[in-house]
Design a protein around this ligand. Structure first.
Ligand SMILES: [Zn+2]
Length: 75
């Protein structure tokens, strides 16, 4: 068996079918993958994704919000 690499998100690289079953996302540090198997030809593989930082979200009360605003204003 040889490794075959392709850019074919949502598509089987062998038969080009979009009828793919995805398993649970597997995290591996900065990247992760969905194991898939094709419903048309039975090809199995992993669809890899980079995990890129976007934003941090949290819930804070009004007092904490004012503290942060003041800190930003003082800079
Ligand atoms: Zn296929």
């Amino acid at each position: 068996m040889n490794d075959y690499i392709s850019k074919s998100q949502g598509q089987c690289p062998m038969c080009k079918s979009h009828d793919i079953n995805y398993d649970t996302f597997v995290y591996e540090g900065d990247y992760g993958y969905y194991p898939y198997d094709c419903n048309d030809c039975g090809n199995k593989g992993k669809e890899y994704y980079s995990i890129v930082y976007d934003i941090t979200s949290t819930r804070i009360n009004e007092q904490e919000a004012n503290k942060i605003l003041k800190r930003q204003h003082d800079k």
